[in-house]
Design a protein around this ligand. Sequence first.
Ligand SMILES: Cc1cc2nc3c(=O)[nH]c(=O)nc-3n(C[C@H](O)[C@H](O)[C@H](O)COP(=O)(O)OP(=O)(O)OC[C@H]3O[C@@H](n4cnc5c(N)ncnc54)[C@H](O)[C@@H]3O)c2cc1C
Length: 337
Amino acid sequence: MDSKKNVMVFIESRSGKIAEVSLELLSAAGRLAQELGGSVEAVAIGHNLAEELKILGHYGCQRVYYTDDERLTHFTSIPYAKTVVKIIKQCQPGIVLFGATTMGRDVAPRVASALKCGLTADCTDLQIGEHKIKDVTYKNTLMQIRPAFGGNIVATIVSPESVPSMATVREGVMKMIAPDTGKTAEIIQETCLLDDDDFLTEVLEVIREEKQVNLKAAQVIVSAGMGAVDPEAIALAKNLAKLLGGELGCSRPVVDSGVLDKDHQVGQTGITVRPNLYIACGISGQIQHRAGMSEAKRIIAINKDPLAPIFGLAHYGIVGDVKDVLGKMIKAYKTKS
Ligand SMILES: Cc1cc2nc3c(=O)[nH]c(=O)nc-3n(C[C@H](O)[C@H](O)[C@H](O)COP(=O)(O)OP(=O)(O)OC[C@H]3O[C@@H](n4cnc5c(N)ncnc54)[C@H](O)[C@@H]3O)c2cc1C
């Protein structure tokens, strides 16, 4: 079989657990591999992960190339990048996907540089398509789609002449498929060929800071924009979020102005969310914000400007002052329940 039809995903793990972004990427890889008529493969690196790696099969992965070594327990740039390069050279996939995470953003450029191939960062969509340069038509090319020039255009980037095509994708952007526990992946144990000289840094201790909010998992998000940035409006938005069993989100300028921290930011450079309900309070609805919340099942927008772009996306729109409306919503919810 032509290995160029295969799509490979770089698997991340933290404290022995597979990162969600890797499962999202496997879900996307399944769709791409199906179009190409290839299979989904994974490159996994770490120590004592064999049991945990079984779940990759549930998300459509057919083969996992697993390098286990005690020295690889914690992520370090050079050993991980060298191992990924070795596996790519050996398996020759046509596409390799990385999470646009701290780890993915560190490893992917090193791999691209070693293999002299293209890499597109922060893709928001991936498609298989055809690309023509002068008289040459490249079929089954990875179309790497991402906002460019400050989000003013959506660019499609192709690198058909360098194989593999590589892309990073932010957490939450690709929709995770429902796991099928009947499916399994073949785990192929790879020998670690690294010398001690490859381990230039040693991780002595890992201190993990837990996030204060988990927007990705929230089913209800009440999000504050610059129209709801004063302390009273933020408190009302927070109160409503709490009453509805949800989380408080916000737009980027609210983070930039120091009112809320980055864990709350929804959008292109924040978190991509898909809650059942998204209440946008005093948010204008610029494309960069919409990129992170347009797939919410229900969107309610509160804005004093009836022409605000957010109303073009919202299922329900309320024109009014954010504090007035939030106050009334809280009162109505308390009275009803
Ligand atoms: C590269 C790049 C990446 C970006 N990434 C992100 C991102 O990840 N997330 C993000 O959100 N933005 C992002 N932005 C910024 C984005 O372009 C917008 O500037 C931002 O989303 C606007 O935030 P906002 O809607 O809160 O503020 P504004 O655009 O200022 O809108 C405020 C809204 O509040 C309304 N309003 C004012 N007062 C009231 C009131 N009393 N009651 C009701 N309504 C009121 C106004 O009518 C207005 O519609 C990015 C920009 C760039 C260039």
